[in-house]
Design a protein around this ligand. Structure first.
Ligand code: PLP
Length: 359
């Protein structure tokens, strides 16, 4: 089998032990004579899978009982619409613009009729090289939306400011389960699964129960109260993705949980940032205090050299290092399942490339 280090920003690398288990159980799940993909979502076998997945996620993130966990579809992108549709009771919402995904969330909120969408902080003028400071917000907003990790720009809020009176809504798509957050700091957390959780097709929503309310005329699929009442099974859920997510949660628990993986993630990221900070060819465009653990963009300052680096790296087995088309350069995504050996191997490769280029 071809061995590569996969730096994809998503869908991203999964733990190899999880993939092996999926393979082992592929044709016959728990002596049922059926694949997980063939199980009815109403069967006791699948019910046990979704229950375990929820239980494990609750344990990993210490999710309090007054929060519901929903396993939905439509990606994080559908949450950009569902959030204002469900939570904007007073028709006034606040957003922080910290990068391309925040901008998408804002764009979707702006499509909701009669909704006032205020961007209360932005780092656009700094080319999103840092996250903006979150100012005090008045209590007349329905919520404040932030993106905890900006996948494209490589910046992160490691903490949310305390004392915000309104619910804080967090897009955690690219750093859920990779560093510790206190769930009770948030009204709602959402994440597409395809980075730290499992296959694409599953979206996790963690929502404080008092925020779930009936809204007139919402399509059932877009209504948190319908999804909650039906335990995420109003329609056929993405059963296979939920099963793989459960295995990833087990893997993470065995590793010691979020605290342990955060320590590993810090070590991985530090190795690369330290190398970039002393390199004569490569550098990080991101301000130190905002640097992401999971998405690390880097540049040479010369688009032709960047291109050559990405091509040569690909040939050497370092795949998906090309930066997002909107920012160029390179980006190494180091999610939970990405091995530390891959970081040291990349640094060695960058060093050899530097010597060759500067000869
Ligand atoms: N938000 C963030 C921070 C992301 O990184 C992504 C995808 O990369 C999205 C939202 C969109 O996610 P999805 O493709 O699940 O809609």
């Amino acid at each position: 089998m071809k061995k590569v280090y996969n730096f994809s920003a998503g869908p991203a690398v999964l733990p190899s032990s999880v993939l092996k288990k999926v393979q082992d159980e592929m044709l016959d799940y728990a002596d049922s004579g059926m694949s997980v993909m063939e199980l009815s979502h109403r069967s006791s076998l699948f019910q046990a899978i979704i229950d375990d997945a929820e239980c494990l996620l609750r344990e990993l993130m210490s999710i309090p009982d007054h929060y519901s966990v929903l396993f939905l579809q439509g990606g994080a992108s559908l949450q950009f619409s569902m959030i204002p549709m469900n939570l904007a009771q007073n028709k006034k919402v606040a957003y922080v613009n910290s990068g391309s995904w925040s901008e998408k969330a804002i764009e979707e909120a702006l499509k909701i009729p009669d909704l006032t969408v205020d961007v209360i902080a932005s780092s656009q003028q700094d080319q999103f090289k840092k996250v903006p400071t979150i100012p005090a917000v008045t209590a007349d907003y329905d919520y404040l939306h932030i993106t905890t990790n900006n996948t494209i720009e490589g910046t992160t809020y490691f903490e949310v400011p305390t004392g915000i009176e309104i619910p804080v809504i967090a897009d955690m798509s690219s750093n859920i389960l990779s560093s510790e957050y206190d769930v009770s700091d948030f009204g709602l957390i959402y994440a597409g699964a395809q980075k730290n959780i499992g296959p694409a097709g599953l979206t996790v929503v963690i929502i404080r129960k008092d925020l779930i309310r009936l809204v007139d005329n919402l399509p059932a699929m877009l209504d948190y109260s319908v999804q909650e009442k039906n335990n995420s099974m109003y329609n056929t859920p993405p059963t296979f993705a939920i099963y793989v997510a459960k295995l990833v949660f087990e893997w993470l628990k065995e590793l010691g949980g979020v605290k342990s993986i955060e320590a590993i993630n810090r070590k991985k990221a530090q190795l690369l940032y330290d190398y970039l900070d002393q390199s004569s060819l490569f550098s990080s465009p991101v301000e130190r205090g905002s640097r992401s653990l999971t998405n690390i963009p880097f540049v040479t300052g010369d688009a032709a050299i960047d291109k050559q680096f990405v091509e040569e790296a690909e040939k050497a087995g370092f795949v998906n290092l090309k930066g997002h088309r909107s920012v160029g350069g390179m980006r190494a995504s180091l999610y939970n399942a990405f091995p530390i050996e891959g970081v040291t191997a990349l640094i060695e490769f960058m060093d050899t490339f530097t010597k060759k280029t500067e000869e």
